[in-house]
Design a protein around this ligand. Sequence first.
Ligand code: HEC
Length: 144
Amino acid sequence: MKAIKFGVVVLTAFLLINSQNSVAGEQPAQSSLKASIARGKELYLVQCLACHQVDGGGVPHLNAPLDGSANVKGIDKAKLIKIVLNGLKGEEIEGENYSNVMAPHKELTDQQIADILTYVRNAWSNKASQVTVAEVKTVRAKLK
Ligand code: HEC
């Protein structure tokens, strides 16, 4: 009887450890991307929505759209990070001019900027790779 109980305990422990391993080991990159997008969305609503709008469409001649923007989806993540840190004004974007001024957002943490940019790169029709805290840190260090 004792041996059977012991066997059940060992088997249960084995199954538990195994199931935890497969949950944790399956898609860590996936779930951290998801979490970053979720945090970024919350921040976008507070920091960016007033100008770039809930649908990322911006406002014609006033605020640039982020949805469908080649820069936003592009491989030059450093450029995007710089825009958030330093702001932007008087820049012609895809043949358009925007009269509003985007203020710098240096007060945001590296994590917050990484999350916001990961969100805008994966919101609406956009689909692009994650922006990491390390990438933001590198760009910020170069600006100083
Ligand atoms: C006060 C309004 C305002 C706010 C708030 C704002 N932006 Fe902007 N943003 C602009 C304007 C205006 C431009 C275009 C500037 C230009 O043409 O020089 C722009 C341009 C951009 C671009 C470049 C787009 C492209 O296609 O090259 C990115 C990326 C961007 N903003 C991201 C953000 C993010 C992320 C936030 C929130 C952290 C944010 N902006 C907050 C007004 C704003």
